[in-house]
Design a protein around this ligand. Sequence first.
Ligand SMILES: [Zn+2]
Length: 355
Amino acid sequence: MGFELAAAFRRCGSAMLGLIVGASLLATDAASADGTPAKELFGAKALPAAMAPSSYGFYAKGCLAGGVAIPTDGPTWQAMRLSRNRRWGHPEMIALIERFSQDAAEKIGWPGLLLGDISQPRGGPMTSGHASHQIGLDADIWLTPMPQRTLSYDERESISATSMLQKNKFLTVDPSIWTPAHAQLIMMAASYPQVERVFVNPAIKKKLCDTWKGNRSALGKVRPIYGHDYHFHIRMKCPEGSVGCKGQARVPAGDGCDKSLAWWFTDAPWAKPKKKPGEKPPKPKFAKLADLPKACAMVLGGPAPTSEQEATYGTAYRAATAVPAAATSIEAVIGAAAAAPLENIPVPLPRPALQ
Ligand SMILES: [Zn+2]
């Protein structure tokens, strides 16, 4: 969707939306009736719904209208795993990633971001990998900095990020891999007002709690969770105007270096679930289209742009998207001792298995 079309949607979005709802409800009746898992319906869409941008539903149960792709390459990023076709997001999310990648390069000398999954073209549940990332407001960023050359398509499929954890130790950041720049990168991501949460491994959160000397006001947004030792995950607030977007409660006040973090260092999160003798494991239940917000039928059946290029973020979108505010005084957040050049950029390794 080009700029003119985007502007037209803003002008008469609701009228057009009405037309599209009517047409697409008919179009998707068959799909919704046969009970196909929603992940298959959304996973089959190669292009977004060319409609006014809007996130519908919740991060783990919803879909995305008017998705745009981040270009595979930018001056300060490269997208990975291109075959997955998960470079799509709400335009404000794509604008944020672009801004963040520039800020990181300028202010902390991070050579560029390697981008993991954002969302499918129309969001929705995925056939593999994530519970969330469904509404174009979640993005995975590798903790491995971008190499100074353009990676080939095959390399982007096959190389692996580097874990920040020490092998054979319980939840411990590897001091030979972790650098102050990693800490700055994560804290910078958290400091944007439109970022609501940044998910990292509990060991990384603990490392930040123990060592972060800068402003700690954004540290509470950095949340500990399983995994997330090869990448971190940025979650944006519902953008203004996304009426159908269900936000998440704000993070509790404070830096989060408290009981909620200590819990991860107990046995509780890692214990096997108790099973009664003879009890069968529950069958996985896949969301159907009818389980998602109603608007997702319209998104699924909505018109596609004429090409991927038309829906790829660029000058026209940049002009039409609210430019994200810079992180509130980035220097105050990351500290004055910024821009220490990264000396030992870890060499990407062959990838062991699908994440
Ligand atoms: Zn993620």
